[in-house]
Unconditional design. Structure first.
Lengths: 399, 350
């Protein structure tokens, strides 16, 4: 029950790179992924920037070998999951019980949108292939089939904390001796549904987002996928490559305040962070870097900042929101940022919070603004909070 | 990893939310069974009711009643499962998006369209800051939530876990799923579902919640002894035997098998094979003529099993064959679209 869970592989695709290596370059060059909308026709083109993966769905399909008629979310998911598995390079993987625990928020909504235009005109119209992946689980299923994984295949959806929860759950499946290896994370593609949804809430910044800045005006939507390969102690011993780190702490808590807004005092995030620390046996001052949820909305950053102020009590570790590079990738963000957390430990790097200028007036927090190398990064906390009050914190630690 | 079912509450196309246990059966003609909605005012603040979609109301009311019956105010965790999530709100927002060409969209439908809305609304209602998760994996969404709940109890994280499943059928999903060939092409009586041999089933919906506990008490309804999900299983009969063996049981020790038979020829075949061999001498019951087919319908089956064991009586309307005098062990075997299989072993309290 109490055995450690190791991170043996990572894979990521986002607006700043199609694999891990490209991400590391973009981070060091401080190159953000936001741009004008080109993926679909929308009245918001030219008005709202988005952080899209720099590949068309057709190009992604060429990479994955899947039909381009299959959801972009599936394509993104498969690219990152495959990279993570290849990276883990587990000898003789067939001898272990392997699961895929994935996450997303709107399933194959990009294709459902196409279906719906025809369907609304005539209920007997609309290509059924396009609605087939509407279910969130459908994305995971296709990826599991492609990877040949079947021991545990499931999908979590807790809005923007979805894939942090899939990593959390995967670790527990290993600790409970249900699985030996788990590929866990999540994916979400940009869709008109989410773009317009967030737009109705008036939390999209018309400029590139400025997380944790006094003058922040909202988030930029992004897309992508991020997966980690978690392995049991037994599997870790067979690896030819040293695992990156351990997943040492995790906790999930509900803010129970409002369907979309965070409580002013950040109750949910406070509880997630403190309980994750408790789980890991670490003290706040052991944390060397916080990868913030930091969406750039006035509400999130103020609630998260307030909670951090309470948890860390004046002794703040370096912190930043990598959403200043990737935009907010919704159900993928926990997975993507887990990969960034692992890479921070591996390479001793800390990512800057781009475009930060002015400290929030009522909070003593100042994120890192320059790319830092040669850092001693032993313990990283990664925060993911979502609609419905779902707050999750993960802690990655050197093994 | 056995746990105990302290209480359960179920909203379905039958009068399952009232007192009594399937003693008055509702007959439908068509291919779609709609849930019978209770008086929500007893469970939800009337101001909230107006804002909530069908699935949210069903989920919140069922969870509230389940907690009330258990006498538990604050569960240690809330875990839900749903394959389609909040369809009504999703489709409302999608329709407006297309019809109004992205202009002047109200946010409410989007806000409530996320799959975790039911679990979130329960947390909000209870002011529950504890573990909160939603599983969205097709025909094993409920089983995934149950597995998590059982693990939480096994880990000693808490002594009370609220696990539930919700699914709503709306006109759009009914139309699309009919086009995809899930339902019969002609109206039938739900009570005749197992009589005819044709393709397709009847659609259903509902919400069922369970308060699971690590320890049994005199008030426990039943023991959820074991749960297993299988993906694309070839030899299901061997898998069932293995599942029973892992629980130190043989088929002769199972008093009743509840299957997910749904009236579709292809679907039924999977149950026919063990029905003729492994379950040859075992009493068999079915439930989908009562609630219809939907991805989390196994939650209805678990509600049924828990009540059978608690009341020590099997409603005649579910029986396919055999007799059960004093049910002690029930095996639930369901599959969804022949891809996702689940096995649940439910036992009477010893």
């Amino acid at each position: 029950m109490s055995s450690a869970v190791y991170i043996a592989g990572v894979g990521v695709i986002s607006a700043i790179g199609n694999d891990v290596a490209e991400h590391l370059v973009s981070f060091e060059q401080e190159k953000a992924g936001m741009d004008a909308i080109t993926l679909f026709d929308t009245i918001h083109r030219g008005e709202l920037p988005v952080a899209a993966v720099k590949l068309t769905t057709r190009e992604l399909a060429e990479m994955t070998g899947l039909s381009p008629e299959i959801s972009r979310t599936t394509q993104l998911s498969l690219v990152a999951a495959k990279e993570a598995i290849a990276d883990a390079a587990i000898p003789d993987p067939s001898k272990w019980r392997t699961g895929l625990i994935s996450a997303n928020t709107v399933g194959g909504m990009d294709k459902s949108e196409d279906f719906f235009v025809d369907f609304l005109a005539d209920n007997n119209k609309g290509k059924l292939r396009f609605i087939w992946d509407h279910e969130c689980g459908s994305i995971t299923e296709t990826v599991a089939d492609q990877l040949g994984v079947s021991d545990v295949v499931t999908t979590i959806s807790t809005a923007c904390s979805s894939s942090a929860n899939s990593i959390f759950y995967a670790a527990r499946l290993i600790k409970n001796d249900v699985l030996d290896i788990a590929i866990a994370g999540g994916a979400d593609a940009l869709t008109k549904f989410t773009l317009n949804g967030f737009n109705t809430l008036m939390i999209l910044d018309k400029e590139f987002c400025k997380p944790f800045d006094e003058h922040r005006a909202g988030l930029n939507l992004g897309e992508g996928a991020g997966y980690v390969v978690l392995v049991s102690e037994k599997v870790a011993k067979t690896l030819t490559k040293v695992p990156y780190c351990k997943l040492s702490g995790y906790a999930n808590s509900n803010d129970a305040y409002h369907q979309t807004a965070s409580s002013p005092e950040g109750t949910g995030s406070y509880l997630a962070m403190t309980r994750a620390l408790e789980k890991s046996g670490l003290r706040p001052l052991d944390i060397d870097y916080i990868n913030l949820h930091g969406t750039g909305t006035p509400n999130n950053d103020s609630a998260e900042g307030t909670a951090i102020t309470r948890v860390f009590d004046g002794k703040f570790p370096p912190m930043s929101s990598t959403k200043s590079y990737t935009g907010h990738t919704l159900g993928a963000s926990g997975g993507i940022e887990a990969v960034f957390s692992v890479l921070a430990i591996k390479h001793g790097i800390i990512y800057p919070n781009l475009r930060f200028e002015t400290q929030m007036e009522d909070l003593p927090l100042k994120p890192v603004t320059k790319f830092l190398k040669g850092q001693k990064v032993r313990n990283v906390m990664s925060n993911s909070f979502g609609f419905g009050g779902n707050c999750t914190s993960l802690i990655f630690s050197t093994s | 990893m056995k746990v105990y079912i302290r209480s359960t509450a179920c909203i379905s196309p039958q009068k399952t939310f009232d007192d009594g246990f399937l003693d008055e059966i509702v007959e439908y003609t068509g291919t779609r069974l709609a849930a019978i909605e209770p008086d929500y005012k007893e469970f939800i603040d009337p101001k909230q009711i107006r804002r909530m979609s069908h699935v949210i109301k069903m989920g919140v009311a069922a969870s509230k009643k389940c907690l009330q019956d258990a006498g538990v105010e604050m569960p240690g965790a809330i875990v839900t499962g749903t394959a389609f999530g909040c369809l009504e709100d999703t489709i409302t927002f999608l329709t407006r998006l297309v019809e109004q060409q992205e202009d002047l969209l109200p946010p409410t439908a989007f806000i409530q369209s996320t799959h975790n809305t039911v679990a979130a609304q329960i947390a909000l209602m209870l002011q529950c800051h504890n573990y909160n998760l939603t599983y969205v994996h097709k025909g094993i969404s409920f089983e995934s939530a149950l597995t998590d709940g059982m693990m939480l109890l096994n880990e000693g994280e808490t002594n009370n876990v609220l696990v539930g499943a919700t699914e709503e059928m709306v006109d759009t999903s009914f139309k699309v799923l009919t086009r995809l060939g899930l339902y019969k092409r002609h109206p039938i009586s739900n009570l005749d579902l197992f009589k005819e041999r044709s393709k397709g089933t009847i659609g259903g919906e509902g919400a069922a919640f369970f308060l699971l506990q690590a320890n049994s008490s005199r008030e426990s309804m039943a023991e959820l002894t074991s749960l297993k999900t299988l993906y694309k299983q070839g030899n299901i009969e061997a898998a069932i035997v293995e599942f029973l063996t892992s629980n130190s049981l043989g088929i002769d020790q199972i008093d009743l098998v509840i299957t997910g038979r749904n009236g579709d020829i292809g679907n039924n075949e999977i149950y026919d094979t063990p029905g003729k061999s492994l379950f040859k001498n075992t009493a068999i019951a079915n439930y989908k003529h009562l609630c219809g087919e939907y991805p989390v319908s196994s939650s209805f089956a678990l509600w049924l099993a828990a009540n059978i064991l608690k009341q020590q009586a099997v409603p005649q309307v579910v029986m396919e064959k055999g007799m059960v005098v004093s049910p002690k062990k029930i095996l639930i075997y369901n599959h969804y679209l022949q891809k996702y299989h689940s096995l649940m072993l439910v036992s009477a309290l010893s």
